[in-house]
Design a protein around this ligand. Structure first.
Ligand code: ZN
Length: 161
């Protein structure tokens, strides 16, 4: 009975070849984004200097410097790199840290990774579309999530409603 065994082997091989692609597409809907194809030089030409340093090289702006700290109108905060909407103004709160802070983000707009840059594990987050760095999320925010998305203002653009 060689045939069933061989058939089972072929099916298993085909399954293994297809499934990783499905999983990847589901986990990363922006994998084919043209923003992913931009070179570092192209980003540098496209963005203001401080925004480029934060978004593309994980720099941190000086606290208290962002005009968005005093932005209290209704609207949406988008990624300055690619225009993806990240936060609604309703979710912004006064954290007292000197960086624009939000207690939640638009579902699927951010991706996270563990960052050991300062020797203590922190959760870094970045734009799900262009992968530009935005900030870190901490578990000391207000209700209802208890989270604090601490975002560099220079990485955001505010669009009034
Ligand atoms: Zn982006």
């Amino acid at each position: 009975m060689i045939e069933p065994t061989r058939r089972g082997f072929l099916m298993a091989t085909a399954f293994a070849a297809v499934v990783p692609n499905i999983a990847l597409a589901a986990a990363d809907p922006y994998a084919g984004s043209p923003f992913r194809k931009l070179s570092d030089a192209e980003w540098k030409a496209k963005l203001p200097g401080p925004s480029y340093e934060v978004l593309r090289h994980e720099d941190t702006e000086r606290p208290g410097t962002s005009p968005l700290l005093n932005e209290h109108r209704k609207g949406t905060f988008e990624c300055l790199g690619c225009g993806l909407p990240l936060f609604k103004s309703d979710w912004k709160f006064e954290s007292g840290t000197g960086w624009p802070s939000f207690y939640t983000a638009i579902p699927g707009a951010l991706a996270k990774k563990t960052d050991l840059a300062i020797g203590v594990p922190r959760t870094e987050y970045h734009c799900a579309q262009c992968l530009g760095h935005h900030g870190h999320v901490f578990p000391d925010g207000p209700k209802p999530t208890g989270l604090r998305y601490c975002n560099n203002g220079v990485a955001l653009r505010f669009v009034p409603a």
